[in-house]
Design a protein around this ligand. Structure first.
Ligand SMILES: *Cc1c(COP(=O)(O)O)cnc(C)c1O
Length: 407
């Protein structure tokens, strides 16, 4: 595809207007919104307003005057249409890792007599580590199987099936509905990690019968570095499950200051301590970048972008890189990976040219597509840049070989 043809696609793109909701540096093609979403134009102002006018001028009165105390649920309501849930089923809290711990422990305690946490081999490391920790604490076992063996491995000892919806490496996608159905038929619960799907795909947590879910605020949701995460508990389970990290803000009467814990009804019982207001202000601005936009349109553009990228890379780079994601867009999330034996150095050389993706060991170059701000013309230019780096062997320099602490 020529640059002109790609620009025509951008001109007819129904989501093109949303790019103005972000501040992106000139000359940079940012294909890493699946790791850290771009800065929403409104975020710095929201942070300044919260810090100076609220914290600065109104001090502690802000908890009531600016409803700080309700921000974890108020902001969660913005997420409801993005993940297909009722506002009352969502809470902004903690990090993804901590939310995973809370919901996993809550789930296994709600299935006494069952001893297995079923998950996937090569799941995101934190997911596996949290599962191993919960298993050790509660004398359970973690059973990790291949991605296509999940349904066959569910049995009457399975307490919970814990999976990442879109694989962080390959972008392979699980069939939520089918797995929920199989788990429920065996009496197990499901816990979905939506880190690489929330904000990029049309997810229907309620409609597909999910029990529990968690996800990241700082990836496609554009909430800022280290943004708080979210958790989802289906309405029907909320009063059956209890938060294993019992804290005062999950109490029925936090300001009664009584000695004994008594959880409040509903989603708020999964809150533990004081919410991080400044971080919530940024996340609020991140979620506002989705205002008025249908997730079906986002998903369709995500597929179109990734499909174009694959076609352009394969046409320009020949067999030098190997597609390591599914070719069928319906089997993929919103990123693609290409393998190259010197993938780390190739990616560093590409970043030096202003095309930002990332690298996942052992040899995968990962490119994420954020439909709110990535343009078709950027995709063609990124593929062109990759082809140039490969044909010129620009990557073959010591400065591109040294591994940074964060890849
Ligand atoms: C990014 C990501 C996480 C991150 O967890 P944190 O607690 O925010 O560091 C967890 N799980 C998956 C699948 C991820 O992609």
């Amino acid at each position: 595809m020529t640059d002109g043809e790609a620009q025509q696609l951008d001109a007819s793109d129904a989501l093109a207007f949303a790019r103005e909701r972000f501040r992106l540096p000139d000359g940079i093609i940012y294909l890493d919104g699946n790791s850290l979403g771009a800065l929403p134009t409104a975020a710095p102002g929201a942070l300044t307003e919260t810090a100076e006018r609220q914290w600065g001028d109104d001090l502690i009165a802000s908890w009531t005057r600016h409803d700080w105390i309700d921000w974890p649920t108020r902001i969660a309501a913005r997420l409801a249409p993005i993940v297909g849930a009722n506002p009352s089923e969502l809470l902004i809290a903690d990090s993804t890792s901590v939310c995973l711990f809370k919901l996993l422990a809550a789930a296994v305690r709600a299935r006494p007599g069952r001893h297995t946490i079923l998950t996937q081999k090569h799941n995101f490391p934190t997911d596996l580590y949290v599962a191993q920790g919960v298993a050790r604490m509660l004398c359970l076992r973690v059973h990790a199987v291949g991605p296509h063996e999940v349904i066959g491995a569910i049995d009457h000892d399975t307490a919970v099936v814990m999976l990442t919806h879109v694989d962080y490496r390959s972008a392979a996608i699980h069939d939520m509905r089918a797995i929920n159905r199989a788990a429920h038929a065996a009496g197990a619960l499901t816990l979905w990690d939506l880190c690489h799907s929330a904000g990029a795909l049309a997810i229907d947590l309620d409609g597909s019968g999910c029990d529990l879910a968690v996800g990241c605020g700082y990836k496609y949701l554009n909430g800022g570095p280290g943004a708080p995460a979210f958790l989802y508990v289906a309405e029907r389970l909320q009063n059956e499950l209890t938060n294993p990290i019992q804290g005062w803000l999950g109490h029925a009467e936090p300001f009664a200051f009584v000695d004994d814990y008594r959880p409040v009804d509903g989603i708020a019982r999964f809150q533990t301590g004081t919410p991080p207001i400044l971080a919530l202000a940024a996340l609020d601005a991140g979620l506002a970048t989705f205002d008025g936009i249908a997730m079906a349109d986002i998903e369709a553009k995500s597929r179109a972008l990734s499909q174009l990228f694959i076609a352009e890379v394969e046409a320009r780079c020949g067999g030098e890189v190997q597609l390591a994601s599914a070719r069928d867009a319906m089997q993929r999330g919103s990123h693609v990976v290409f393998a190259h034996p010197n993938g780390y150095a190739v990616m560093q050389a590409l970043i030096a040219r202003g095309v930002i993706g990332d690298f996942r060991a052992p040899d995968l170059m990962r490119f994420g597509f954020a439909p709110l701000y990535n343009r078709f013309a950027d995709i063609v230019r990124a593929a062109e840049g990759l082809a140039d780096v490969l044909t010129s062997r620009e990557w073959d320099q010591p400065r591109f070989m040294t591994r940074a602490k964060v890849t």
